[in-house]
Design a protein around this ligand. Structure first.
Ligand SMILES: [Zn+2]
Length: 280
């Protein structure tokens, strides 16, 4: 991506110098009643927080020690702030065109473990959005995980992941999340509830595509960037994640959608640039 002329967003909370231990935040170890409550809160807000309490680790990324150099991390820090600024512009315009004011999310940069209104955030979960505090939680070492474990490389792939999390914020702002949470509470089966989660994820991918369309128009993309994002969308599909961790895929437990579904959703937004095509 070409972001030389982009200003950095000011909606960033840098907690990288702070140290939290997961033990002190959620009590001893995994599970337990507090852990259970965190998962319930997550279910209420439509986010999968089972990873927070160690219940859903098999779907997450087993984080290896970050090998980001000091310089790399510095670059990613600036890059993430600029990407966030581009999303503020794209969604700010869309909201004002519709007579609404866009309240941007805050990007929290942290290392390892950090508290959130949705429970304890851990880098092993990958980046996530918490609707309760309207913050995106990102450990920059995810870039390294993406590169090593998911084999998705490049700055645009990383930007796409941020744009996807912003997509969840858009859902929250537009009241879509509230409706889907309601639908999930009344779902008749786990499979049906999962199906709703999948459509929520695919819509966030589509919103990321809408952002991508604008980046394309502003000539901020470089050759190969779109392919990069496609690879990232593919790499973070549930079928890939599950195959990597368990060796097989179980469609009913998918909460993010398959790689092909994610690719399609992203492409839909990217080709039209119109959020209206991102209906659930
Ligand atoms: Zn998501």
């Amino acid at each position: 991506m070409r972001l030389d002329n982009e200003k950095e967003s000011r909606n960033v909370e840098d907690r990288r110098g702070q140290r939290f231990s997961s033990g002190s935040l959620i009590g001893r170890g995994k599970g337990g009643i507090l852990g259970f409550i965190i998962v319930l809160v997550g279910a209420y807000y439509g986010v999968d927080l089972s990873g927070i309490v160690g219940l859903g680790q098999e779907q997450g990324y087993s984080q290896t020690s970050s090998s980001l150099s000091h310089q790399e991390e510095g670059e990613l820090n600036t890059f993430s702030r600029k990407v966030l600024a581009t999303t503020e512009r794209v969604w700010g315009n869309y909201f004002s065109q519709n007579g609404l004011r866009y309240q941007a999310p805050t990007l929290v940069l942290y290392r390892g473990v950090t508290p959130s209104a949705c429970g304890t955030g851990q880098s092993a979960m990958g980046p996530f959005y918490c609707p309760a505090d309207e913050k995106i939680y990102l450990d920059l070492s995810f870039y390294d995980d993406m590169r090593k474990q998911l084999k998705a490389e490049g700055d645009f792939a990383f930007a796409y992941v941020i744009a996807h999390e912003v997509g969840h914020h858009i859902q929250n702002r537009l009241g879509i999340s509230q409706k889907t949470q309601q639908a999930q509470r009344t779902a008749r089966s786990q499979a049906e509830a999962n199906q709703i989660s999948v459509s929520v994820e695919l819509q966030a991918d589509c919103f990321a595509g809408v952002w991508g369309y604008q980046m394309q128009r502003e000539n901020k993309l470089e050759v190969g960037d779109i392919e990069e994002a496609f690879l990232a969308a593919e790499a973070v599909g549930d079928d890939r994640l599950q195959k990597n961790s368990r060796g097989y895929a179980i469609p009913d437990s998918f909460t993010h959608g398959s790689s092909a579904q994610r690719l399609n959703a992203f492409r839909r937004g990217l080709q039209s640039g119109n959020p209206a095509v991102c209906q659930l």
